[in-house]
Design a protein around this ligand. Sequence first.
Ligand code: FAD
Length: 320
Amino acid sequence: MSGAALLQKLGSRLAGLRGRLTPDAGMDKITWFRAGGQAEVLFQPQDEEDLAHFLRAVPEEIPVTVVGIGSNLLVRDGGIAGFVVRLSAKGFGQVEAVSPTRIRAGAAIPDKRLAAFALEMGIGGFHFYHGIPGGLGGALRMNAGANGVETRERVVEVRALDRKGELHTLSNAAMGYAYRKSSAPPDLIFTSAVMEGYAQDAEAIRAAMDAVQQHRETVQPIREKTGGSTFKNPPGTSAWKEIDKAGCRGLLIGGAQMSPMHCNFMINTGTASGYDLEYLGETVRARVLETSGIRLEWEIRRIGAFRSGHAIDPFLGRLL
Ligand SMILES: Cc1cc2nc3c(=O)[nH]c(=O)nc-3n(C[C@H](O)[C@H](O)[C@H](O)COP(=O)(O)OP(=O)(O)OC[C@H]3O[C@@H](n4cnc5c(N)ncnc54)[C@H](O)[C@@H]3O)c2cc1C
């Protein structure tokens, strides 16, 4: 169905929404990969109340997918059915200190801005966010981490709305954190969180942030169209080492390439489709399986439908 037809079908149910509804919105404009199909309808709520109203109004059989800044997303070329929700910085980008070591922040705040605010407040433990290009919502879902620190070490509690628009407050334990994942119910849309750091002098925080940035500039292709680490590190080894061993550093398929600089980073060299990127990833998985017997697990979230005629045979990396 086209986005306009979906909006027409829902008609007056959506009356009173204050956020922006965009039919047939190109996800290539949102994702860091600059690739992928369209969202049937993109909804950018004004604030938490507007989002709750939307979730109550949209019938449950219509899928709702939340995205953040799109720095960990591979959208397939057939696009995303139903609604894609993206929180706006205006309604969900607020940040405040609620105690000398605690910060409350909206889920749309960029990680970098959160790190800068913690620096201003003299709160340590947030420096690692200086190098992560996503937003807080994505960090809460992905348990984003770097430089030996993970989001789960900072989270006190998270506010979220479920698919019915009901409000929940989740403790750190209820977020069910593990390496690069949260097992909180998948329908939850995180709207804000209270995070805790520790008192630290501004100079030490600044030095830690500078070290994070300098390290990235030298080892990661951060100016490319990429999704960061493509695969999770398997137990006892690094994904990049296994990819290198399998001869996949620099491997190019269509416009998609395993970065010659950091071979666990996949890049769009200019014209890659979502299919090129996923096909490359599955080819790498197949070769690593053959070389080391390790089944790499995707860290990048793949969402949406294949374009008709496209499908990928997992582990073999060839067209079905
Ligand atoms: C150059 C580069 C470097 C990177 N370095 C790192 C790194 O060092 N460490 C690291 O952990 N990651 C890294 N990443 C990956 C990425 O930045 C993180 O995973 C980030 O936390 C994703 O946030 P996002 O806002 O972009 O989320 P998106 O990519 O938009 O979404 C990721 C997931 O989060 C979910 N999500 C987003 N917002 C919400 C919300 N409000 N409520 C519920 N679920 C939500 C989405 O549904 C999706 O499943 C890197 C990426 C790039 C491009």
